[in-house]
Ligand binder design. Structure first.
Ligand code: SF4
Ligand code: SF4
Length: 81
């Protein structure tokens, strides 16, 4: 096993490093994320309950956290690209 030290991200609110690019919204197979309303934990967990048997022993899909600009660094603002 490889011991990795997590990078510390100091922030005051959860949207501080979000560029509102919408990639996590597009990635979510359950349509559980909205740029306006945030994440619906009920919609997410309903989807995870339905797929739990298929992806056992893993519980969770995590598509909102992979292949997104904020996955491993602070994303650039959308209008700076
Ligand atoms: S993918 Fe990351 S940066 Fe883009 S809207 Fe979602 S949380 Fe914000
Ligand atoms: S874990 Fe999967 S279902 Fe839940 S919000 Fe993320 S992408 Fe959507």
């Amino acid at each position: 096993m490889l011991d990795l030290e997590p990078d510390r991200r100091d922030y005051e609110n959860i949207y501080e490093y979000c560029s509102m690019c919408g990639k996590c919204v597009k990635n979510c197979p359950a349509n559980a994320i909205s740029l306006i309303y945030g994440k619906s934990h009920d919609a997410c967990s309903d989807f995870l309950d339905k797929t739990a048997e298929k992806y056992k022993p893993r519980y969770g899909c995590g598509k909102c956290q992979i292949n997104v600009p904020c996955e491993s660094n602070i994303p650039m603002p959308c209008n700076s690209k």
